[in-house]
Design a protein around this ligand. Structure first.
Ligand code: TYM
Length: 332
């Protein structure tokens, strides 16, 4: 809570082209909180450098991610939109929280295990302590809810454990946050291997639908999506590809699985894939148009980054000051 208002906080890494997984699992849901909550949505560039980034691309994607937040309906007048590295309190609180996080806890993080397997030549300490930086992001703003996809649930749960541990030693320091996982889009799977999460870092571009893909590309990717040898559109165990396409269709149309099964009864996978491509492309078209408009005004984006950083810093400073005092750091 901040000033008697509940707080929603989330972040997205500017580490690749954003996917419909990022959109359906997270970004699209951020604006649900804009009216009732105090909301902070961050472009987490410091998280992105846990794997090597091309500096020019990181810079470009930081602007793009901010523009995409706005294109997805986040009004900067109602939401604090900012870039993580502009608020130095994140890195400072992360250090402090490192001292309240156990080696064993970090070793159990699934994402650390996956990423260290994938980047075995660069298993750096940042990759390992990534969840304490994420906890700092969340706890700096006395956050109540964290809307994320299911892959981030474990990190938010660790954040809760860290907050509770800190509060036990130094009472009433942090609000303990809840992860909010949207039921429908919590885990969108790869189109090429529907047992794997759709990921912006996938090397196979056909496995992933990007928010900025044009209509033809979107339809082509859905047409090629891996399914099964059955021909009936129904949600069932062992039909991972169709289940994933039904999930995506359901997210974009708000139809239930039963309604979708009825709609495509007696029709083949070809028709269904085409329909998924159409609804996806049509839903993304206005987002893409607004994105292009926002991105074309770099000056305005920079002004927004500055305003967002000033707003966020005010609250971040307050929480960090409180934490430092409780720990016994001398103020001068
Ligand atoms: P990131 O950048 O990997 O992903 C951003 C958001 O998109 C969700 N997501 C998905 N949801 C459904 N299906 C998918 N295939 C899919 N892929 C990604 C993620 O769950 C996430 O919500 N560590 C975070 C960023 C972060 C953060 C934070 C989040 C840093 N600090 C504080 C919340 C609060 C991450 O790497 O997300």
């Amino acid at each position: 809570m901040l000033n008697d208002r509940l707080v929603s906080y989330s972040g997205v890494q500017p580490s690749g082209n954003l996917t419909i997984g990022n959109y359906l699992g997270a970004i699209r849901n951020f604006s649900l909180y804009s009216e009732k909550y105090k909301t902070f949505y961050c472009v987490v560039d410091e998280h992105a450098i846990t794997v090597r980034q091309n500096p020019a691309e990181l810079r470009r994607r930081t602007y793009e991610t901010l523009a995409l937040y706005m294109a997805c309906g986040l009004d900067p007048e109602k939401n604090t939109l900012y870039v993580q590295s502009h608020v130095h309190e994140h890195a400072e609180l992360a250090w402090i929280l490192n001292c309240f996080t156990m080696f064993g806890e970090l070793s159990r993080m699934t994402q650390f295990k996956d990423k260290s397997a994938k980047h075995s030549d660069n298993i750096n300490a940042g990759l390992f302590t990534y969840p304490t930086l994420m906890a700092a992001d969340i706890l700096l703003y006395q956050t109540d809810v964290v809307p994320v996809g299911i892959d981030q649930k474990q990190h938010v749960e660790l954040c809760r454990d860290i907050a509770e541990r800190f509060n036990q030693i130094h009472p009433n320091t942090f609000t303990v946050p809840e992860p909010i996982i949207s039921q429908s889009g919590k885990k969108i799977m790869s189109l090429a291997d529907p047992t794997k999460k759709m990921s912006k870092s996938d090397e196979n571009a056909n496995a992933v639908v990007y928010i900025l893909d044009d209509k033809d590309t979107i339809i082509r990717k859905f047409k090629r999506a891996v399914t099964d040898s059955d021909t009936c559109v129904r949600f069932a165990e062992g039909k991972d590809g169709i289940n994933n396409l039904m999930t995506i269709y359901s997210c974009f149309t708000d139809k239930s699985f039963e309604e979708i099964e009825r709609e495509f009864e007696g029709r083949g996978y070809g028709d269904f894939k085409m329909a998924v491509g159409e609804v996806c492309a049509d839903a993304l078209a206005p987002v893409q148009a607004e994105f292009a408009r926002r991105l074309s005004d770099k000056g305005e984006l920079e002004a927004q980054m500055k305003r967002g950083a000033e707003e966020a810093s005010y609250y971040a400073r307050r929480t960090l000051g409180k934490v430092q005092k409780k720990l016994g750091f001398v103020k001068i």
